[in-house]
Write a protein that binds this ligand. Sequence first.
Ligand code: CU
Length: 276
Amino acid sequence: MDPAREFFFVLSEFDPEDPLTLFPKFYPINGYANQYMDNPIQVVKDELVRFYVIGIGGVVQSPFHVHSTIFKVWPSGILWNEPYWAQTHLVANGDTAIIEAKWSEPGKYLFHVHGIQEEKGSMAILEVLEDDSELKSLEQPSNMPGSKSMIEWQEDLLYKLEDPQIITYDDLGSAGVPISTHGAVSADKVSIVKDSWNPKITESYAPIAVKVKPGTTITWTNDDIVVHTVTESESTSFDSGFIQAGADWQQTFDASGEFNYYCTLHPWMKGVVLVI
Ligand SMILES: [Cu+2]
């Protein structure tokens, strides 16, 4: 690519009160609402300018627009995409673009994410200078009064979204109903139920206790969306290995006895086979 004055713009959104709201309060460029209204991006007349634009918004897509300008776009920022000319380029959430332009007329050009975003912080000014004598050194981060660090907010949001579940491995039995063969039902099919990875699910294998006659083959079907196992607890006398989501596994029980089993990946998942 040709030498150019380059800028990187991250188009995002955030709401200090409700991080998951449909229409957040702010749509910042590079983390600060309105920062380039107060501190215009400066370029020089007739020089090549290149923007690397990335959209990290959650709901509303980002139609990136520069007033009075026809620019060249590499969609998704991929250089082997055929570039095209545009006045607005829609940057999808999670997508990027490389944008190039030149301005032959000095002056102030508005640029922004076009739409409600421009009224909520993404309004910005590109200042095209006659020559480089007035070019300021880049001020970063924004010195705009009242601008706010998002670091703490991002951390809080992460914790909120991750909602970590603490599992105590030395007391696994408490996560499920104690397995008793008392209520065992006659069945040769067992479902590994949907969401059975979740310790709050008390019957991960359904039925949780089955009784069969010697010589019976039992089929376990993984109806969950993640991998599980059917592994005998005492001596690993049977072990399915990984049963992929949607797959089956079979085991034939010749000897009578009581066989407790569990999932090696989610040890709170427990079941029992009674052969009588
Ligand atoms: Cu599992």
